[in-house]
Design a protein around this ligand. Structure first.
Ligand code: SAH
Length: 216
């Protein structure tokens, strides 16, 4: 678990790359500059590439999202300190760390037991304290609802009703929704209990949001 000046220099460059690609929120860029992304990648052989703007395998057939994607989704959430955020797809915990750096309270769900267990141990070691859950993200977390913001970090075949129901009025859901080979990023604002405003953004490539809990 070593962080070095070289790593720090590389992530400063990564933040500059993301700014050039269009990320404007300075708090998001500072989070990218602060978080030791290499420590979220389990395969040490990949650490030298950790500050390239690319996804990498994290085991269980899953990936740590590309930094641009993480930054783009985080920016869309328009986070204010102390807001309550539900994250679907904890994975490596990197996106969770970005959210925590933004000063919000995070509840994160992962359906892969192995990833859930690894990340639950890793986050506190890096001083990221949050609530992680092993479960099915389609169902959200009714016990802790409502949330100011919800972020889905896997490609959803449709927009889960339970997630819309667990948003506060005025809250936002950021979710990539399947469109053939890729997913359309959607920003959905809850205007009232039954009324939603959807903004369709650009296409991304995510691993799929799968049903139920799984070991696969
Ligand atoms: N934010 C993570 C992204 C990991 S990829 C990171 O940057 O590391 C998406 C994650 O969603 C995977 O870990 C996958 O196992 C998880 N996932 C897929 N379907 C899910 C579901 N129904 N509920 C919760 N997590 C799910």
């Amino acid at each position: 678990m070593v962080d070095t000046y070289r790593h720090k220099g590389l992530r400063k460059k990564l933040a500059e790359v993301l700014a050039k690609k269009g990320i404007k929120d300075s708090k998001v860029l500072t989070a990218i500059e602060t978080i030791p992304r290499h420590l979220f990648i389990p395969d040490n052989a990949l650490h030298k590439y950790a500050y390239e703007d690319k996804p990498f395998p994290i085991g269980a057939g899953q990936t740590i999202s590309q930094p641009y994607t993480v930054a783009f989704q985080t920016e869309l959430l328009e986070l204010k300190p102390r807001q309550k955020v539900l994250e679907i797809g904890t994975g490596s915990g990197y996106q969770t760390a970005v959210l925590l750096e933004m000063g919000v309270k995070v509840f994160s769900i992962e359906r892969q037991k192995a990833l859930y267990e690894r990340t639950k141990e890793l986050l506190p070691k890096l001083n990221y304290n949050t609530k992680t859950f092993y479960g099915d993200g389609y169902k959200g977390l009714p016990t802790f609802a409502p949330f100011d913001k919800i972020i889905v970090t896997a490609g959803a075949p449709y927009i889960p009703e339970d997630l819309l129901a667990q948003l506060k009025i005025g809250g936002t859901l950021v979710i990539p929704v399947d469109e053939g080979e890729s997913q359309r990023m959607k920003k959905i604002k809850k205007l009232s209990a039954t009324n939603f405003e959807t903004e369709d953004l650009t296409l991304f490539k995510f691993v799929p949001l799968l049903k139920e809990k799984g070991q696969d």
